[in-house]
Design a protein. Structure first.
Length: 318
């Protein structure tokens, strides 16, 4: 399932694309001219207009998008999904967050709150995709796999004895689980992040750039059984265009093609076949594109910015 959080520009020049839903009457969905690729695959996108929030500010909006709360007091959506559904691949994190740097607020956006720490997101800085370095210390040049396993078994035995003496300790238990995950990731993570294994045709479909690489990696992650992948467009607040509203056109140019390519790629590989268009129910993995600066799991109210008028932030399910 794909969740897209972003807004469409509402101007007189917007093109209108027709969405045919089963045998119902055609539904017109407005798509800005700065998103031509998304417009071409709008038939695979369901726009939900029934959600809302009360605070349009950046940080509360990001918290709301990720957890449904304007304060960092509840688990994020990815944590709930992995907690409830688990992950199909035990050699990769169940919840991966891709961002070239960190979005404003940072790790609290993918935190697990009162859920066990193993369900929090694993942040990957995809500003430079080098399979050997994308995750720090992924290679152990000094010990064989067997030696590492023996060393880790001893360490984990000591940790569990320590845990038994202190009763329930979520932080210590999370550390035990994270050590196991780090050990297993050595043998699959590098291959999963190696986009050079993709064909030239596929790379061309996504285009170039950090966000394009993030979308392509997201597809590779869900193919390998990762339950939840969240892709942020950029570090900080790249869509906060108070200085020049036309910066949105620049950012749309970098993101429109990768989003459409991801939808079409997943569809061509049969990875959207399990989505029921009536209930938007899915049994496999999820990809989230965190696209706008103030965006959320629920729609926010309209606002004016100089002479431009913007439509509500909308959640899209493909």
């Amino acid at each position: 399932m794909l969740f897209f959080f972003f807004f469409f520009k509402d101007t007189a020049t917007n093109e209108i694309y027709t969405l045919s839903l089963h045998d119902a009457l055609p539904i017109c969905i407005e798509v800005s001219e700065i998103f031509p690729h998304i417009g071409k695959c709008i038939d695979d996108i369901c726009v939900l207009r029934s959600m809302h929030t009360t605070t349009p500010n950046h940080e509360p909006g990001l918290f709301m998008m990720n957890s449904g709360s304007q304060q960092p007091i509840r688990p994020c959506m990815g944590s709930w999904l992995t907690y409830g559904l688990g992950s199909e691949n035990q050699n990769l994190p169940g919840y991966v967050v891709l961002c070239p740097g960190k979005p404003v607020v940072g790790p609290q956006l993918w935190g697990s709150s009162f859920l066990p720490g193993i369900f929090q997101g694993t942040h990957i800085n995809n500003s430079k995709i080098d399979p050997k370095n994308v995750i720090g210390n992924i290679n152990n040049r000094h010990l064989s796999k067997t030696s590492q396993r023996r060393m880790l078994d001893l360490l984990q035995s000591m940790n569990r004895d320590h845990l038994e003496q202190r009763g329930r300790d979520n932080a210590l238990n999370s550390r035990i689980e994270s050590l196991e995950m780090a050990f297993r990731m050595q043998f699959e993570a590098q291959e999963a992040f190696d986009v050079s294994r993709e064909t030239k045709t596929t790379r061309a479909q996504y285009g170039s750039g950090q966000f394009a690489d993030g979308c392509l990696i997201a597809r590779r992650m869900v193919e390998r059984g990762v339950r939840m992948v969240q892709v942020y467009y950029g570090s900080g607040q790249p869509w906060d265009a108070h200085g020049n509203i036309m910066d949105h056109k620049r950012d749309a140019l970098k993101s429109d093609q990768p989003i459409a390519a991801l939808i079409n790629d997943l569809k061509s590989r049969g990875m959207l076949d399990e989505t029921d268009r009536k209930s938007t129910r899915l049994n496999s993995s999820h990809v989230v594109i965190s696209y706008a600066v103030f965006c959320l799991k629920k729609k926010k109210k309209k606002y004016n910015h100089t002479t431009k008028h913007y439509r509500d932030t909308t959640t899209l399910h493909a």
